[in-house]
Ligand binder design. Structure first.
Ligand code: DX5
Ligand code: ZN
Length: 224
């Protein structure tokens, strides 16, 4: 059975009670997904290095920290996060003409590097970079906000990535982010997704741990 990683997005957590919300899902999540928004690349503002640093200082939070940069240009921001020893640092391909260089800098800085593509961006854009990345993040909504509706056409991108990875014997992870929940998680996993990000479906649920458990059960059914 393929391991599928569940990465709740803190964008949908209660901003006044983030630690409490993480405590609620203890033992049920694999990674924590942190969205960083600059009000320029995306029309919203969210989280920064101070939150990441606070999470890293907590001894009871040992799971990988997955930072998704929706900022332009990312080369001006990566040095805010690399010293914090984040596990994954993902940039958007549309946010810089120098994606290759930025990914290399992230690697050299000691983090795993990820590359995200928006729903309107052709997946083939990432082809020259597949050998370099640890993860491709397929956006299944237009980035900027939690709680948006899933765009099903992006599933074809996951299929393409899965095929490219197999044919070329590469080993990046395929992550998906936006509008994911119980209704579509099986489809997403069947298409080849390794990392499922979910904000609203987890923290918008009255029992976030139960929401993650239900997602995990749905995933198990796929492999049964
Ligand atoms: C959207 C963010 C997502 C967001 C997902 O721009 O990148 O990580 O938190 O939220 P949901 O799961 O509610 O669509
Ligand atoms: Zn995200």
């Amino acid at each position: 059975m393929r391991k599928v990683i569940l990465a709740p997005s803190l964008l949908s957590a209660d901003p006044l009670n983030i630690a409490r919300d993480i405590e609620k899902i203890k033992g049920e999540y694999d990674w924590l997904h942190i969205d960083v928004m600059d009000g320029h690349f995306v029309p919203n503002l969210a989280y920064g290095p101070s939150l990441v640093s606070a999470l890293k200082s907590r001894h009871d939070i040992t799971s990988p920290i997955d930072v998704h940069l929706m900022v332009e240009p990312p080369e001006n921001f990566i040095d805010l996060f690399l010293p914090l020893k984040v596990d994954y640092l993902t940039i958007q391909i549309e946010s810089t003409p120098h994606a290759h260089r930025v990914l290399q800098c992230i690697r050299d800085g000691g983090a795993k590097c990820g590359l995200a593509i928006n729903p309107g961006t052709p997946v083939e854009w990432v082809a020259p970079l597949l050998f370099l990345v640890d993860m491709i993040l397929v956006m299944s909504v237009n980035p900027g906000f939690g709680g948006q509706e899933f765009i099903p056409q992006v599933l074809e991108k996951v299929e393409w990535l899965y095929r490219e990875r197999t044919v070329n014997n590469l080993n990046f992870l395929i992550e998906m982010d936006g509008g994911l929940g119980l209704d579509n998680i099986q489809d997403v996993v069947r298409h080849g997704c390794d990392v499922v990000v979910a904000g609203n479906a987890v923290f918008g649920h009255e029992d976030p741990a139960q929401a993650l458990k239900a997602m995990r059960n749905k995933i198990m059914e796929v492999f049964r």
